[in-house]
Design a protein around this ligand. Sequence first.
Ligand SMILES: C[S@@+](CC[C@H](N)C(=O)[O-])C[C@H]1O[C@@H](n2cnc3c(N)ncnc32)[C@H](O)[C@@H]1O
Length: 248
Amino acid sequence: MPHPTDGGDDTPSLDPPWLPTDARRESLSGEDSMPEPEASRAARWGMVRDQIEARGVRDPRVLAALRRVPRHLFVPADRFDEAYADRPLPIGFGQTISQPYIVALMTELVRPRAGDRALDVGSGSGYQAAILAELVDEVCGLEIVPELAGQAATRLEQLGYTNVRVRHADGYGGWPAAAPYQVIVVAAAPAQVPAALVDQLAPGGRMVLPVGRGNQTLRLIRKGADGEVKQLDIAAVAFVPMVFDADR
Ligand SMILES: C[S@@+](CC[C@H](N)C(=O)[O-])C[C@H]1O[C@@H](n2cnc3c(N)ncnc32)[C@H](O)[C@@H]1O
């Protein structure tokens, strides 16, 4: 039974604020001044309503970000039709773009806010980075597959995201030069929580990641203002393993 929405009409308006700037609107549509096709916009609003709100994600800022970011532009062209389906999709190199609900849940758990800096580990297609970029001031993305890192960086730039950097690196070490981060989202499962990521979490910061080999648990880690770290297991999940650079 779906949960009721938190308020307001969730029908797409004729002129929704799905893109904040004309520049981004033009680059997303691929043709100057062309609005997004109704079919993909309707599919995205349906995704948010039926897969995400229905499962209990309520943060209106997170829901709005999921309605804005055109997920179909983050999947291979031959997967456009499946972009809003309730499952992960292949993005090449043996990797996937995560299921929309999982992206929404992880984003809600880390409570991204204006003024925050976020670290996105395992950027893959760049979709999670784009969602975070809608919600925080700055996003730093790390991706271990160099081709995916390059594609994600190019895609995000073309879509007009000026507050995201994606670089090819092993996420186990984080991105110390830009630390600390108020928000860290990890989209691949290490056997244990990487110590460098905990170190790079700001006081008051929130990190979410899948942990474990075989059985995995989605874990929320919060660092108090005094530096104390608290962990909470949220749900069983199935992510690709977080690999070491040496494994590749
Ligand atoms: C579930 S997928 C990507 C989902 C991605 N957040 C998105 O929105 O498309 C997980 C990604 O983690 C990457 N990955 C695995 N181990 C990694 C590591 N040690 N450092 C950085 N990225 C890693 C994989 O190459 C893969 O692209």
